[in-house]
Design a protein around this ligand. Structure first.
Ligand code: SF4
Length: 297
């Protein structure tokens, strides 16, 4: 299998076939993100993609799920995605879901008919980072779209039959807007009803533009305690019909997950109880990324 540069995937894609169809991220400008900062965006060569699908069919003949790499693989034209999906189904006949990271811009560059065709080929459960329900926060984070555009494109995707998870970064509006951000973040989730909400705190990574803003005093970070308060209010405001709440990113101070609406009060309770167990010095520190297998403390 060919893998170039950094490779990221959501934690729950650990058992998926990782197929590199792009390198880096075509947007590569989000203020908090360093994932592909030094990796120029490129399309993976067609012959390598095909070779990798054939290799995957030998290594994992019973694979049911393929995760397309990298930062926004859905940015490929519908024609290219259709050709890749057809090869996947030809060589890996048990695959039911083809997924990957997706931006709002990548949905916008496809027609409704193309989205329906992609849904029929098994595209679904795309991972989409909208990050905030506040338009000014989306602009500040340089996501490349407006809140209205995000809502419109997510509803188009849904109407075409492609499910998606929504990444929400709580604490991204800073410590003075906790209530406002929690309400707005829940509102956009309630409007578009994702199949999964991927919730994590804003953490300032070394080398990110956001780090400079913090150093210059242009952005004030929330503390861990403030983040947990926002997360509690966010979950409390969610009105989901049938959704997985995934709060297990390595940056989450209190790992929580559940099915909504069924487990909403359990998740809120776990966050309230969890917050009580943290000493003051941790509650007053800033969220950080952590890594798999390490406890937050
Ligand atoms: S779209 Fe995703 S991968 Fe690309 S810069 Fe933004 S957060 Fe990073």
């Amino acid at each position: 299998m060919h893998y170039y540069g950094m490779t990221f995937r959501p934690p729950y894609e650990a058992n998926s076939v990782l197929l590199q169809v792009t390198v880096g991220c075509s947007h590569n400008s989000c203020r908090f993100c360093t994932m592909y900062r030094d990796v120029p965006f490129e399309l993976a060569p067609k012959n390598e993609i095909l070779g990798d699908i054939i290799e995957a069919s030998r290594r994992w003949p019973y694979a049911r799920r393929v995760f397309l790499l990298n930062g926004d693989a859905f940015v490929l034209s519908a024609d290219k995605l259709i050709a890749i999906a057809e090869e996947i189904h030809k060589h890996l006949p048990l695959v039911t879901t083809i997924t990957g990271y997706c931006t709002i811009m990548a949905i916008a560059n496809k027609t409704d008919e193309e989205l329906v065709q992609l849904a029929q080929l098994g595209f679904g459960e795309l991972n989409i980072g909208i990050e905030s329900g506040l338009d000014d926060v989306i602009q500040y984070m340089n996501k490349g779209f407006t809140l209205d555009e995000a809502r419109k494109q997510l509803l188009r995707l849904k109407a075409a039959g492609i499910t998606f998870s929504l990444n929400i970064i709580n604490a991204a509006a800073g410590p003075h807007r906790i209530h406002e951000a929690a309400v707005a973040n829940a509102k956009i989730c309630n409007e578009v009803q994702p199949y999964l909400i991927f919730n994590s705190p804003l953490h300032v990574d070394e080398g990110a533009e956001l780090e400079r803003d913090v150093e210059d005093g242009a952005f004030e970070e929330c503390t861990v305690g403030q983040y947990i308060d926002e997360e509690i209010e966010f979950v409390d405001q969610l009105d989901q019909e049938n959704c997985i709440f995934f709060g297990l990113h390595v940056a989450n101070p209190i790992p929580v997950q559940g099915l909504l609406p069924r487990d909403k009060s359990k998740v809120v309770q776990a966050l309230r109880e969890g917050k009580k167990r943290f000493p003051e010095n941790v509650l007053n520190s800033h969220p950080h990324k952590g890594f798999e297998g390490r406890l937050y403390l």
